[in-house]
Write a protein that binds this ligand. Structure first.
Ligand code: PLP
Length: 452
């Protein structure tokens, strides 16, 4: 089908309902059709080349067009395109991937339950956590504490764990026994406090909430090491050690949602490695296959796996595509590349520090209230005035204007309210980072002179 760009756009408007979109408005505006990609660049159907500052959707960690993943997929499709992991069966790629994840995960985590996505991983988390405590005789220990403005996916369970008000408002969420505490978002919610004091105070809300609900009711706490979709919110250094201490004191499970932070984005294999936490469960997806095929999973600690295996009985849960052999084969090829090409080390020692130091310089721009980030993720807080600090009245409008101007400048960034965020492929070069910064800077200038 060699349809013209405009034909494709009108066909899309006529038939395709897009996720997280106002589909009426979108159909009028027309979608951007991305048709090709290589390295850190994507090309749209009009032939325009864009630097992909978001690595797709936080996932194309090794960049586009890697032949090893294409070969792994085609070889596996020929050998065995599908078989399931139910009914006492499995497939060689699923076995290999589970072993490989056990090798790279923290030492106390040696099992994985496969899913098709990050949302399914978090659905699995809820069921596994509750089954774990029920198996130990604590049927009522079923409340999971999460955080406002967290993102844990978009299925009924994932959206319930998420702390996004507009998501909860559609469909009557959250489901029962999920509660939310505050997020460690210093710039928006703690600026009049010392950041480390603020981090401790917010972490201690977990302790208060556990005491309020009763430790016999609380099963687990879930959080992203760094909030991604919420706007690349990097917690103060004091936050995670205190969270870990509180989970340990009360003996509740700690769930580190590694769907974005996992597989190198923070210059360690996992965000938990970066912050030195010891999670009981780690939902993963996105970077597991660098987005080439859909696959997710829950990495499980020995503490939980031992209980499930020794006395859990049948776990009445699973997906047709749990451990899908082609997705697993691609994930194996992806993890090998991350390991053999020392991409995690490259992020930690070279490109991460370079991106961060260049990104911080954008903080001098009159529109930028804060330029922050860690590893290969970063955010700009756009403000109406720096001194005195004043936010834009219509935050979402400013963010969207800035995002659209970035695209005109040849750069994909994402807007979250009045924040601009990036999460580029981990393999980006210094020259490409320079290009990203130049384009982001030109975008800020364009925003400053636009009709806000
Ligand atoms: C994207 C994301 C999810 C959901 O993953 P899907 O594959 O979109 O279902 C869950 N948790 C975090 C932290 C995410 O960023």
């Amino acid at each position: 089908m060699a349809a013209s760009f405009l034909d494709m756009q009108s066909s899309d408007a006529a038939h395709h309902l897009h996720p997280f979109s106002d589909n009426g408005k979108l159909a009028e505006q027309g979608t951007r059709i991305i048709s090709q990609a290589k390295g850190v660049y994507i090309t749209d159907a009009e032939g325009r080349r864009l630097l992909d500052g978001m690595a797709g959707l936080w996932c194309v960690n090794i960049g586009y067009g890697r032949e090893e993943l294409i070969d792994a997929a085609t070889a596996q499709l020929r050998e065995l395109p599908y078989y399931n992991s139910f009914f006492q069966c499995t497939t060689p790629p699923a076995i290999e991937l589970a072993e490989l994840i056990g090798e790279i995960a923290p030492a106390h985590m040696n099992h994985v339950f496969f899913t098709g996505s990050g949302s399914e991983a978090n659905d699995t988390v809820i069921r596994m956590v509750r089954h774990y405590w029920a198996t130990l005789g604590h049927e009522n220990k079923n409340i999971i504490i999460s955080r406002h403005n967290a993102y844990h996916g978009s299925t009924v369970a994932g959206a319930s764990l998420s702390g996004m008000k507009p998501m909860h408002a559609q469909g009557g969420l959250p489901i029962p026994n999920i509660v939310h505490i505050d997020q460690p978002y210093w710039f928006a919610e703690g600026r009049d406090e010392d950041p480390q004091e603020f981090g401790l105070r917010i972490a201690r809300e977990l302790d208060s909430k556990i005491r309020e609900l009763g430790v016999d009711r609380v099963a687990a706490f879930i959080a992203e090491p760094v909030q991604g979709a919420g706007g690349v919110i990097v917690p103060p250094e004091s936050y995670w050690p205190e969270i870990q201490r509180i989970c340990d004191v009360h003996g509740i499970l700690l769930i580190s949602d590694e769907v974005i932070c996992g597989f190198g984005r923070m210059g360690q294999w996992f965000g938990a490695d970066y912050y030195g936490t010891t999670p009981d469960l780690m939902p993963v997806a996105k970077g597991l296959s660098s987005g080439y095929l859909p696959i997710g999973g829950v990495v499980v600690s020995d503490r939980v796996a031992d209980v499930l295996k020794s006395k859990g009985g049948e776990f009445h849960h699973g997906f047709t595509y749990s451990g899908h052999p082609v997705c697993a084969a691609v994930a194996v090829a992806n993890l090998r590349i991350l390991r053999e090409e020392k991409i995690i080390e490259y992020v930690r020692d070279e490109i991460g520090p370079y991106l961060q130091s260049e990104w911080r310089k954008l903080g001098d721009h009159p529109l930028v209230g804060e330029a922050r980030g860690v590893g290969m993720m970063a955010a700009l807080e756009l403000v109406a005035s720096k001194d005195p600090l004043r936010s834009f009245e219509d935050a979402a409008a400013v963010g969207d204007i800035a995002r659209d101007l970035a695209i005109e400048n040849g750069l994909v960034m994402r807007s979250v309210g009045s924040k601009l965020i990036i999460s580029p492929p981990l393999v980006i070069t210094k020259t490409e980072v320079d290009e990203l910064i130049t384009k982001a800077s030109a975008t800020l200038d364009a925003v400053a002179t636009s009709q806000l």
